[in-house]
Design a protein around this ligand. Structure first.
Ligand code: NAD
Length: 448
C-alpha cells in the first residue's frame, strides 16, 4: 500500500519504518525541514534499538521517502497517519494545534480520496473536529472528495518502539465504516502473524481506549509508590509487597515498580489531559479525584530522592558535589520529557549542591534543552565511574542496564562517602549493605 505518515517523531519514524519493512511505500512528512534533511542523509532524530537499520533498509529499497511537501505526499497515498505532537496546553488539556493544522493542510490540498488515521493521542471528539475542518476546507474549494477520519491510537513504548511496532499488543481502529476498518486490518495483518489482535470499535471508544490505557499504567505506578510511602513508615520493603501482590494473576506484576516517579512524553500529559477532559464534560467529582490523585502522588514522588539527600547531608549543600546516573525518563532512550531527574537536579541545585551527571544517551538533551543554562551541573558522556571522584554520594535516577551490576569496590574508592540514593530500587539491601554502602532507596524501610 502507499501510505503517508505526518509527524516524524518518536511515533512517526518507527511507524513509517515498520510499514516500509512490510513492503509498503511510505511518504514521511514533517514540517521540520532540518529533521527531514538529516533523515535523507541517514541521521536519525531519536535513539531506538534497531531503528537505524530499519530506516536504512527502507531507504535502500526506495520504500521510505522523506519530505516536507504535503502535495507530494497527499497525491501519492491512500492512507495518511497523523502522528504529530499533542503537548499539554497551559491548563493541562491536550493542545490540538498541530493536529488541527494538519487537518487544514489536508483539507486545502487533497485531490483524491483519502483515509486519515489519527495516531496522535487526542481527546474524545477530535476525529469529529478533524473531519469538520477537512470538510470545511473542501467546501471552500467547492470540491467533493471522499475521505474518512479514523482513530488508530498508538500503544508503543519508547525504548521498545521498533519491537512494539513490529509486534503490537493490539491494533485498535475506531470507525463506523466497515470497509475502512477492513482496509486497516489488512494493512496491519502482517504485524500480527502470531495471532490477530485487531480491535474494531467506534471512533470515540478508540480515542478513550488510549487515555484509559495510559492512565491505568500511571495509576499502578502511583499506587505502588503509595505503598512505598507506607513501607518507609513501617520499615517494610515495597519490592516484597509488589512481589506478593503481583503473584496474583488478577493483579499481575507489570508496572508495580516503586520509583522516583513516572515521566516521559505520555503518562504525565495524558493523565492531565484526561483529568481536564473529565472536568470539561462534567464527570462527577469523586471520579475526577481518583484521576487527580495519580498526578499528585507522582509530583510528590519526584521530590523524594532530593528530600532524602537533604535529610542525609543537610539543607545547605553548598560546596558538596553529587554524582547522578540517569537523565532520561527511563532506560534505553534519550527522551527527557518530564523526567524525574529534572526535579532531582533542580531541587539539589536550589540547596546549593553541584551535580555531575552521566547518561549513555541523554546528555545532549539535558545540556541543550531540559537543563540548559543551569549553573552547577556538568556532564560526563563516556564513563560512569570517573565522575564519582570527589562526589559526596551517587544518585541513581533511571534503571539503565549498565547501572545494575556496577563495580562497587571501584565506586567506593572514588566516592567521598559510600552512599547511594537509588530512585529505581536496583539493589538488594543485604547485598549492597554487605558491600559497605549506606543505601537509601524507595520504600525499602530506610526513612531518613
Ligand atoms: N512518544 C511516545 O512514546 C508515544 C506513544 C504513543 C503515542 N504517542 C502520541 O503520539 C503523538 C506523537 O508523539 P511523538 O512523541 O512522536 O511526538 P514528537 O514530538 O516526537 O513528533 C512529532 C512530530 O510532528 C511534527 N509536526 C508538528 N506539526 C506538524 C505538521 N503540521 N505537519 C507535519 N509535521 C508536524 C514535529 O515537527 C515533530 O517532528 C502524540 O500525540 C503522543 O501523545 C506518543
Amino acid at each position: 500500500m502507499k501510505i503517508g505518515v505526518i509527524g516524524i517523531g518518536f511515533v512517526g519514524l518507527p511507524l513509517a519504518a515498520a510499514f516500509a519493512k512490510m513492503g509498503n511505500t511510505v511518504y514521511c512528512l514533517d514540517t521540520d525541514a532540518k529533521k527531514i534533511e538529516n533523515l535523507k542523509q541517514g541521521i536519525l532524530p531519536i535513539d531506538e534499538a534497531g531503528l537505524e537499520e530499519l530506516v536504512k533498509k527502507g531507504m535502500e529499497h526506495k520504500l521510505l521517502h522523506f519530505t516536507t511537501d504535503y502535495d507530494e505526499t497527499l497525491s501519492n497515498v491512500e492512507i495518511v497517519f497523523v502522528a504529530v505532537g499533542t503537548p499539554p496546553g497551559q491548563d493541562g488539556s491536550a493542545d490540538l494545534r498541530f493536529v488541527e493544522s494538519v487537518a487544514y493542510e489536508i483539507g486545502s490540498r487533497m485531490q483524491k480520496p483519502l483515509i486519515i488515521a489519527d495516531k496522535s493521542t487526542v481527546p474524545v471528539g477530535t476525529a469529529d473536529n478533524v473531519r469538520a475542518i477537512i470538510q470545511a476546507e473542501l467546501d471552500k474549494r467547492g470540491e467533493n472528495i471522499e475521505f474518512h477520519v479514523v482513530s488508530n491510537p498508538e500503544f508503543m513504548a519508547e525504548g521498545r518502539a521498533v519491537s512494539d511496532m513490529m509486534e503490537p499488543s493490539r491494533v485498535v481502529v475506531g470507525t463506523d465504516n466497515i470497509e475502512v476498518a477492513e482496509k486497516l486490518h489488512q494493512l496491519y495483518k502482517p504485524f500480527m502473524m502470531s495471532g490477530d489482535r485487531f480491535i474494531h470499535v467506534g471512533v470515540h471508544e478508540a480515542e478513550l481506549i488510549k487515555y484509559a490505557s495510559n492512565t491505568i499504567l500511571a495509576e499502578r505506578i502511583s499506587y505502588i509508590n503509595t505503598m512505598s510511602a507506607i513501607c518507609e513508615m513501617i520499615g517494610g520493603d515495597v519490592k516484597q509487597i509488589a512481589k506478593g501482590m503481583g503473584s496474583d494473576p488478577r493483579i499481575g506484576n507489570k508496572f508495580l515498580y516503586a520509583s522516583c516517579g513516572y515521566g516521559g512524553s505520555c503518562f504525565p500529559k495524558d493523565v492531565k489531559a484526561l483529568i481536564k477532559f473529565a472536568e470539561k464534560i462534567g464527570v462527577p467529582e469523586p471520579y475526577r479525584n481518583l484521576l487527580k490523585s495519580i498526578e499528585d502522588v507522582n509530583d510528590y514522588q519526584k521530590t523524594i530522592i532530593s528530600s532524602k539527600v537533604v535529610a542525609r547531608f543537610g539543607a545547605d549543600l553548598t560546596g558538596q558535589k553529587f554524582a547522578l546516573w540517569g537523565l532520561a525518563f527511563k532506560a534505553e532512550t534519550n527522551d527527557m520529557r518530564e523526567s524525574a531527574a529534572i526535579t532531582i537536579v533542580e531541587e539539589l541545585l536550589k540547596h546549593g549542591a553541584t551535580i555531575v551527571a552521566y547518561d549513555p544517551l541523554a546528555v545532549e538533551e539535558a545540556k541543550n534543552v531540559y537543563l540548559a543554562n543551569r549553573e552547577g551541573i556538568s556532564y560526563e558522556k563516556m564513563d560512569k565511574y570517573s565522575l564519582l571522584d570527589g562526589c559526596e554520594a551517587l544518585i541513581i535516577a533511571t534503571e539503565t542496564e549498565e547501572y545494575r551490576s556496577p563495580d562497587l569496590e571501584r565506586m567506593k574508592k572514588l566516592l567521598i562517602n559510600p552512599v547511594i540514593f537509588d530512585g529505581r530500587n536496583l539493589f538488594d539491601i543485604p547485598f549492597i549493605k554487605k558491600a559497605g554502602f549506606e543505601y537509601y532507596a524507595i520504600g525499602r524501610g530506610d526513612k531518613l
